[in-house]
Design a protein around this ligand. Structure first.
Ligand SMILES: NC(=O)c1ccc[n+]([C@@H]2O[C@H](COP(=O)([O-])OP(=O)(O)OC[C@H]3O[C@@H](n4cnc5c(N)ncnc54)[C@H](O)[C@@H]3O)[C@@H](O)[C@H]2O)c1
Length: 335
C-alpha cells in the first residue's frame, strides 16, 4: 500500500518507519527539508538498532522516500497527519491533502484535538479518524483508533485491521472524548498526584506510583520528562474542554523557568541525568488510584471502550504492568 505521512518530526518519521517495516511504500512529507533529513537520520539510527533483531535496514530504507511536494499524496491509500498540535496548522494541512486524494483514509495523530472538529477540514469526513500512536511508534505497541462523529463504520473497522496488520494493538475508541482513553486516565493520575503535594513530596508520591502501581517512571518524573510547559498547556486545554486535569503548581513553576528535564529543573534536578528515587514510603496507593478507576468506569459506561480494551491500553500505553482494574481489586476499590 502507498502511505503518505504529513510531518516528518518525532512521530511522523517513527510512524513512517512502522509502515515501511511492515512492507508498505512510504512517502514522508514536510514543509522543511531539514525535518525530512532529520527524520530519515532518526529512522536510519533506529533501524541500525533493530538490525540484530532480524530487520534488514537497507530493505526498509528502500521503501521510504521524502518530499516537500504535497502533490505526491495523489494515489495514496492511507494518509497519516503528524504535524504540529495546532488546530490551524492541522486544519490547513488536512484541507490541502484531502482535496488531492479523495479516496484515501486519513488518520490524524493528534493527542488532544477532537477528531470531529478536525474532520470539518477534510473533503470526506467519513474517511477521516484518529490514529494515535505512542512515542516511540516503533517500540510502542499501542495505537488508539478514534471514531469521530462523522467517521464511517467501514473506515473505522478498516483502520483497526490495518493497525493489527502492522503488529500493533489498536485500542478502539468508539466516541470522540477529550484525551481519548489512555491520556484521560493518565491525566486523572496526574491530578491525584498533584493534589497529594500538600502532604507528600514528589519523591514520596513517585515511590508509590512505581512501587505499588508498577509504573516504569513516577508521575512527577513523567511530568518533568514530557515538559512542564507542555503539561501546563494541556491542563489549560483540558479545562477549556471541561475535563478536570488540574495541577495548580505548574503555572508558577513554568513562570519561574522550571520546565522539567529540558531546563534541568522541575519537580526534580535533572542536571546529573535521570534522578534517583530515594524515598521509601508515601501515600496510600488508593489515593492515587481512585479517580483513575472512576474514569475507567466512566469510559466503559459511556461506550467509549470496554474494560478489557482499557486494561490492555493502560498496560501498553502507561506501562502499568498488572493493569488498573487488577490494582483496583488488589486494593479493594470498587470499579
Ligand atoms: N511527541 C510525542 O510524544 C507525541 C505522542 C503522541 C502524539 N503526538 C502528536 O503527534 C503530532 C506530531 O508531534 P511530534 O512530536 O512529531 O511533533 P514535531 O514537532 O516533532 O514534528 C512536527 C513536524 O511537522 C512539520 N510540519 C509543520 N507544519 C507542517 C505542514 N503544514 N505540513 C507538513 N509538515 C508540517 C514540522 O516541520 C515538523 O517536522 C502532534 O499532533 C502531537 O500532539 C506526539
Amino acid at each position: 500500500m502507498k502511505i503518505f505521512i504529513l510531518g516528518s518530526g518525532v512521530m511522523g518519521s517513527g510512524i513512517g518507519q512502522v509502515f515501511a517495516m511492515a512492507g508498505h511504500e512510504v512517502t514522508l512529507y514536510d514543509v522543511r527539508e531539514d525535518a525530512l533529513k532529520k527524520g530519515m537520520e532518526s529512522i536510519g539510527w533506529s533501524l541500525g538498532k533493530l538490525a540484530s533483531k532480524g530487520v534488514n535496514p537497507d530493505e526498509v530504507m528502500k521503501r521510504i522516500s521524502t518530499t516537500t511536494n504535497l502533490q505526491e499524496a495523489k494515489g495514496s491509500s492511507t494518509i497519516i497527519e503528524a504535524v504540529y498540535e495546532d488546530l490551524k496548522v492541522k486544519g490547513d494541512a488536512l484541507r490541502a491533502v484531502s482535496a488531492l486524494e479523495k479516496d484515501a483514509v486519513i488518520g490524524s495523530n493528534t493527542s488532544s484535538l477532537p477528531i470531529t472538529e478536525l474532520s470539518r477540514y477534510v473533503v470526506i469526513p467519513e474517511r477521516f479518524l484518529g490514529t494515535h500512536f505512542f512515542n516511540p511508534p516503533v517500540l510502542m505497541k499501542l495505537v488508539e483508533v478514534i471514531k469521530g462523529d462523522l467517521t464511517s463504520e467501514e473506515t473505522f473497522n478498516h483502520t483497526v485491521s490495518l493497525m493489527n496488520s502492522l503488529g500493533k494493538y489498536p485500542l478502539p475508541v468508539r466516541k470522540d472524548v477529550f484525551g481519548f482513553v489512555v491520556n484521560r486516565i493518565l491525566f486523572r493520575l496526574f491530578t491525584s498526584a498533584c493534589s497529594l503535594l500538600e502532604r507528600y513530596s514528589p519523591q514520596e508520591v513517585d515511590y508509590v506510583a512505581m512501587r505499588e502501581l508498577g509504573m516504569p517512571m513516577g508521575l512527577f518524573m513523567l511530568l518533568d520528562y514530557t515538559g512542564l510547559d507542555v503539561n501546563y498547556y494541556i491542563t489549560k486545554e483540558a479545562e477549556r474542554r471541561g475535563f478536570p486535569f488540574r495541577c495548580s503548581v505548574l503555572e508558577a513553576m513554568v513562570k519561574a523557568g522550571k520546565l522539567g528535564r529540558k531546563s534541568n529543573l522541575g519537580f526534580y534536578d535533572w542536571s546529573k541525568g535521570r534522578p534517583e528515587i530515594t524515598a521509601n514510603a508515601g501515600p496510600d496507593p488508593r489515593e492515587l488510584l481512585r479517580d483513575a478507576l472512576a474514569e475507567v468506569k466512566w469510559l466503559e459506561d459511556n461506550g467509549v471502550a470496554s474494560r478489557d480494551e482499557i486494561e490492555t491500553g493502560v498496560k501498553l500505553g502507561l506501562g502499568i504492568r498488572e493493569g488498573l482494574v487488577y490494582l483496583g481489586r488488589k486494593f479493594n476499590i470498587e470499579v
